[in-house]
Design a protein around this ligand. Structure first.
Ligand code: GLU
Length: 471
């Protein structure tokens, strides 16, 4: 096989959709697997939607996901001369022709067809006889149409769908350049894919219907079509096409919700590709194992709970030093001051890492570490901060204050000393302490919490709990 060249060709719409990200991952993994190249092409010919912000949102999300492209980004709006040249070539070879039908006339014919329940197709009014190359009209606006074959069939030999046969009579003469001279979508895609030497086109199966037209354009331009692979779209749990109705569909929104890029890669790729029953893959494993043969024929169903579970896995197994860096923007977003001591931050994260499914959950559950302004839950206080714990609590304050080294082991023995002295079970003291230190009844292990909070903050909070229960 010649060097594999794949591409991701998003039309900017304001954000990178998770379906688009999956398509990009497939192209990326396929290229990496074969030691080929992955190309990024921005299909920005829709000037209204393709704002610099929309383009940046895509580039930013791709960078964050580690979708490193080897060539590009190429912008279609900067490539008009090439499309123009190819339009001229097809015209000069009689493979395209000018059409002076006005939009009004075409619309009237379309409505008539609809009324008569016929398929609306261009009727060939301006199509010249075979071999005739008509001059370009001088006095009226015209579009350029591709002269599509009127019989036979076009077969899409698809790596996922198998052979899909299209009757050429169903394909009318496609407009390849509008009356203002700008080229149209299907034409630009083919010219670019030829020019960029793309060998494999992996994309959503919503593009399958465009493919026979594109194949005919390849042939007209004197090129052989690449290998196509049309991947089924992602569905929601209700089996409808995934949309905002099912929750967030933007990669950036998942980033803001505290998902990790590796989890997104892993989860999305598994939604349409499999390798036995294996659920979790590292990036290297995906590169090693990815193949088009294992892309599924049926649509993957997006399950938010499972996605969370995959994220949980990646969070749990992530090195603390890395998390301590990654967590910073989330701490800022919640309005906390960022702790300057990185090793303290790592210790804090360590107590919460296995209890959080996202970085946002992690920061939320770190509230009592990140601020001293904690609100004590009223119900918990009523239940646990009662007069009968006042003596054990005072004793604990005394013992903790006396510690030279505020280690977890020393904290634990101070704790058990108090339990023994008062004949209490662990829960009888741990819960009141937990409420005093964290404001609630759920937290990581109490010794860990005390060790991370440190002596001064712990004692201050225990003392204010004492004051509270005595008043
Ligand atoms: N620009 C198209 C899209 O965003 C993709 C075109 C293609 O992959 O051929 O849907």
């Amino acid at each position: 096989m010649a060097q594999v060249r794949t591409r991701f060709a998003p039309s900017p719409s304001g954000y990178l959709h998770i379906g688009g990200a999956r398509t990009a991952f497939f192209n990326f993994l396929f290229a990496r697997h074969h030691g080929g190249k992955f190309i990024l092409r921005i299909e920005d010919t829709d000037r209204e939607r393709s704002t610099p912000e929309a383009i940046n949102a895509i580039l930013d999300a791709m960078n964050w996901l580690g979708l490193d492209w080897d060539e590009g980004p190429f912008y279609q709006t900067k490539r008009y001369p090439l499309y123009e040249e190819k339009v001229q070539k097809l015209l000069s070879e009689g493979k395209a022709y000018p059409c002076v039908c006005t939009p009004e006339k075409l619309e009237a014919k379309r409505q008539l067809a609809q009324k008569e329940k016929r398929k609306s197709m261009y009727d060939g009014t301006c199509r010249p006889p075979e071999g005739v190359i008509p001059p370009l009209p001088q006095d009226k606006p015209y579009t350029i149409r591709f002269r599509s074959p009127r019989d036979g069939s076009t077969i899409v030999n698809d790596a996922v769908k198998g052979d899909v046969v299209f009757d050429n009579r169903e394909l009318d003469d496609l407009i390849i350049a509008r009356s203002d001279g700008t080229p149209t979508y299907n034409f630009c895609v083919v010219v670019d894919d030829i020019d960029m030497g793309i060998t494999h086109i992996i994309r959503g199966d919503d593009h399958l219907a465009n493919t026979p037209r594109q194949i005919l354009l390849y042939q007209a331009l004197g090129d052989t079509p690449p290998q196509f692979a049309h991947v089924p779209l992602i569905l929601g749990l209700d089996k409808a096409r995934l949309s905002k109705r099912h929750g967030a569909t933007s990669v950036t929104v998942y980033r803001d919700m505290g998902y990790l890029p590796e989890a997104i890669l892993n989860y999305l790729v598994r939604l349409g590709w499999s390798h036995g029953d294996q659920e979790l893959f590292s990036r290297e494993e995906l590169i090693e194992k990815f193949s088009l043969e294992s892309v599924g024929k049926s649509a993957g169903v997006f399950n938010p709970e499972k996605f969370l579970w995959v994220n949980f896995h990646y969070l749990k197994t992530r090195p603390l030093s890395q998390l301590a860096e990654e967590i910073v923007p989330y701490i800022v977003a919640k309005g906390y001051r960022v702790p300057q001591d990185k090793s303290w931050l790592e210790r804090m994260i360590k107590t919460l890492q296995e209890r959080s499914r996202t970085l946002v959950e992690l920061v939320d559950s770190a509230h009592f570490y990140l601020t001293d302004d904690i609100a004590i839950d009223e119900k918990a206080a009523k239940k646990f901060l009662t007069l009968e714990v006042s003596r054990p609590l005072s004793k604990l304050i005394e013992r903790l204050s006396a510690l030279d080294e505020f280690s977890e082991a020393n904290i634990e023995s101070a704790f058990s000393g108090v339990l023994e002295e008062f004949g209490l079970s662990m829960g009888k003291l741990a819960q009141p302490v937990r409420v005093a230190l964290t404001g609630s009844t759920v937290s990581p292990g109490i010794h860990e919490v005390i060790a991370v909070l440190g002596k001064e903050r712990t004692i201050r909070r225990l003392q204010s709990a004492l004051e509270r229960l005595r008043s």
